[in-house]
Write a protein that binds this ligand. Sequence first.
Ligand SMILES: Cc1cc2nc3c(=O)[nH]c(=O)nc-3n(C[C@H](O)[C@H](O)[C@H](O)COP(=O)(O)OP(=O)(O)OC[C@H]3O[C@@H](n4cnc5c(N)ncnc54)[C@H](O)[C@@H]3O)c2cc1C
Length: 439
Amino acid sequence: MKTSYTSLDRFTSGEYEFDRPDRFRRLVETVQRDGIVARGAGVSYVAASFSPKAVSIETAAFDRILAFDPDRSWIEVEAGVSLGKLFEFLTPRGFHIPIQPGHPQVTIGGCVAANVHGKNQYSDGIFGSLVQELTLYHPDHGVVRASPTENAEIFDLTVGGYGLTGIILSVRIGIAKLAGAAVRQRNFRVDGLLAAFREVDRLKQDHDLIYCWNDLSRLGRNRGAGVVVTGSYVAGDSGGKAETNYKRLDPSAKKRLRPNVFTDKAMPWVNRIYAHQNRPASKPVDVPLFQFNFPAVGKEFFFDFFGDTGFVELQLLLPSDAVEAYVEDFLSLQESHGRPIALTTIKAVRGDQRLLHFNGNGFNFTIELRNSPQNIAFLNNLDDLNCRYGGITNIIKDSRLRPEIAERQYPEIDLFRQRLRTYDPRRRFSSALSERLLL
Ligand SMILES: Cc1cc2nc3c(=O)[nH]c(=O)nc-3n(C[C@H](O)[C@H](O)[C@H](O)COP(=O)(O)OP(=O)(O)OC[C@H]3O[C@@H](n4cnc5c(N)ncnc54)[C@H](O)[C@@H]3O)c2cc1C
C-alpha cells in the first residue's frame, strides 16, 4: 500500500509504501524484508521515516503507557506514544519528562532515534540521558532488551541512531518531579547577534530553560537583535486537559492551504510583529508549562506560510570559543547574500559529541530560510564556514546536508557506519536521510 508523505520542510515528498500494524504479530510479519523504517509522528523536518526504497512502519497504534513508578521516577511506554499524551498523564501526577523538543506530537520513538534536545540542553543534556532501557525488534535479532549495561552496543547504536537498528517497541524513561505546571518567563532584549550569544551565555546557569529569538530578516544596523527568553519551573496551574487538545501538524496532508506568505519582502514585517509581541515585560510572567514547552502549538501556519516549496533549516552546534569570530564572518556572508533569514534562534548547549549525536559545548544556532536556489547556495557556502569553525549540523533538521559535510563535521560517522554494519550486515533499515548521508 502506498501513501503520500512530505517532510515538514517540504523538501522531500512523494508516494511511499507503508504499513500501519495494530498489533505486534502483524508488525513482525511486515518487517520480514529488506528496506524498512519506523515512523513516529512523521513531523521531522527531514525525510527520516520514509524512502522510495523502504516500507514505513507507522507506530501510532503502539502508544500505551506500560508502567509508572513515581517512587523511582520512571515511566515505561510504547514508542509510538506522543509527548502530548505523556504531558497529559504526568503533569497531574507532579512529574514531567525533563528534556522535550518543541512539539507535543513528537513520539518517544522519534525522541530516542534522533536523540533530541529541549530548551535546557545546557543544564540537562539530550534525550538519550533519560533512556534507562528499551526494547527493539529487528528481523534478524528478534526482540532485544537493551540498556547501558545489557546489550550495550545495540543501545548505543539505537539512541541517536535515526531508526537504523530496528523498531523501538518500548522505552523506560527517567522523569523528574515538577514544582508545578507553570514556567516563570522573563524576556531580555539584546541589540545584536553577538550580544545575543553573550547574553545567553550570561543567563544560562541561572534558569531551567533558555533560548533566544533573533531578527536576521533585515540587513543593516542591529542585525540579529532579539529577545532572550528564560524560564524557571514554578508552582502553577496546568490549564487542564484542554491544553493538549491542539491542532495537529500534518505536513503530508494534500488538501491544505499553503499560501506563500513568507516572501522576502514580508519577512522583516513578520519579524517586527514577533519582536513587538515578545518585547520584555516589566515583570516576569507565569505561563502554562505546555505553552512554554511547545511554543509552535497554535502557530502551525508558520510552516504552511512558506508555501508549497517550503523552507530549509540549518541548525548548527557552534563551539563556545568560535563565537566571536564566527559571528563576524557569518554576518558578512549574509550581507553578501543579501536576503532575509526568516527565523533565527540560539540555545546554550553542553555535552560530549560522539557518533551522530548533536551534542557538544557551546551554542545551538538555528536559521530557517525559504527554500529557493539562492538560499540553498548561501547555505552551501555557509557549510564551509561552519566546518572551518568546528560547527556540526543537526542531521534531523537539515534536508540539504551533504555526506561530505557530515563527514567533515562528525568525526565518528565512519565508526557509526562500521558498527551498524557489524550489527546488521544486510542494512535492512533505511530512510531518505540515511541514504543521502550514506549511513
Ligand atoms: C515544531 C517542532 C519543534 C521541534 N523542536 C525540536 C527541538 O527543540 N529539539 C529537537 O531535538 N528536535 C526538535 N524537533 C524535531 C523532532 O523532535 C524530531 O524530528 C523527532 O524525531 C520527530 O519525532 P517523530 O515522532 O515525528 O518521528 P518521525 O519524524 O516519524 O521519525 C524520526 C526518526 O525517528 C525514527 N523513529 C520514530 N519512531 C521509531 C521507532 N518506534 N523505532 C525506531 N525508530 C523510530 C524514524 O525512523 C526516524 O529516523 C522539532 C520538531 C517540530 C515539528
